[in-house]
Design a protein around this ligand. Sequence first.
Ligand SMILES: N[C@@H](CCC(=O)N[C@@H](CS)C(=O)NCC(=O)O)C(=O)O
Length: 80
Amino acid sequence: MTLYHLEYCPFCIDVRRSAESLGIELQLVDIGRDPKARAMLMERRGRGTVPVLGIPSDDGESLMGESRDIIEYLRGLAAA
Ligand SMILES: N[C@@H](CCC(=O)N[C@@H](CS)C(=O)NCC(=O)O)C(=O)O
């Protein structure tokens, strides 16, 4: 899974820390350094807010926003 983030965004830091403590490895894409990734989020979600979790799916990648929802999802995966 991919985490679209910004290094100093507190919501992103929460998600990164949660993933680390749950032992879930995420591929990090810093949208401050990757304008194409930011443009992709803008196009698909209508906004460039991060964190966004990219989850591989049949048709490519589904995108989940909101740090609370992402952390909840990661907890569910770790508990499964
Ligand atoms: N409610 C959101 C807040 C996320 C948020 O505000 N992210 C800020 C950075 S800390 C952001 O992406 N700002 C850029 C923008 O809104 O375009 C969450 O918990 O994920």
